[in-house]
Ligand binder design. Sequence first.
Ligand code: GTP
Ligand code: NA
Ligand code: MG
Length: 297
Amino acid sequence: PNPSTLPLRPPIVTIMGHVDHGKTTLLDTLRSASVAKGEAGGITQHIGAFSVPVAQNSGSSLNSITFLDTPGHAAFTAMRARGARVTDIVVLVVAADDGVMPQTKEVIELVKKDEKLGVVVAINKIDKPGVDSDHIKKALLAEGLQLECFDGHIPVVEVSGLTGQGLEQLVETISLMAEVAELRAERSGPIYGYVLESKVLKGLGPVATVLVLRGELTSGSNLISGVASARVRQLMDSNGKVVKSAYPGMAVTVAGWKELPSAGDEVLRGGSEAEIKKAITNRKRRLEQVVLEQDAE
Ligand code: GTP
Ligand code: NA
Ligand code: MG
């Protein structure tokens, strides 16, 4: 199909930055603000992936933004190792009271390598007394980030994940970038995605948070991931609310796995029971082969 006629999908935004610079706090505040707006109910569980609705009065063509937290997701390393580009926009969080640190530099290297990746800098903890955001901006420029405030293209937003200051502006900035990028994906055709997290939940058995990149995930879908397989029994959004289907750009918790899939593994459409059995037997054999080869070394 002509890519420009495919449906728009929400941007996938990954929050990155040095340890303790406030990534999770910032996301928690964004999420509770959107939950407080009455967009969702039910039990909240920390899955490190959630959707923020975009206000429709803004005339935006976007409905929502999907946020992913790091490094809770060891999955990212595995996905990157496969060459997967699951992120559209990186929010680089830099704590104003700590500045550019080793993991900040790692993120800068990552975004420099991928020209298609959108970047927004969030200078965080701006509520702290005596912090100097100009100093941070200069340090980021020295690392080679072309910031808007120095005539570059990378926007900088000053925020506090603790008080919520600047978060609206951060979401607006991300929305604008995503609209310009016009992200589209195929909703028909076979499912393709990645496991962000997996765990066993009481009453539900093995569940996995799946980031959908192509296709439509619904109850009854047959899935395969590594040596695990599922017939989807229930789909839940990040607020624990049961949803009917999940589209590209959405992260959704899937119940119905027979085995626990691994974070970072691909999720593909499974065929009939017999086809799934055969595929899994082949995969297991391949894995055993790898182990045998490693033992022989
Ligand atoms: P890791 O996931 O461990 O890398 O940390 P993180 O980046 O997710 O940071 P986290 O949200 O856990 O916050 C680390 C500490 O900074 C906590 O004590 C937070 O309360 C504090 N903190 C986070 N954001 C802010 C902020 O905007 N202002 C202030 N004053 N403190 C903050
Ligand atoms: Na922390
Ligand atoms: Mg965190």
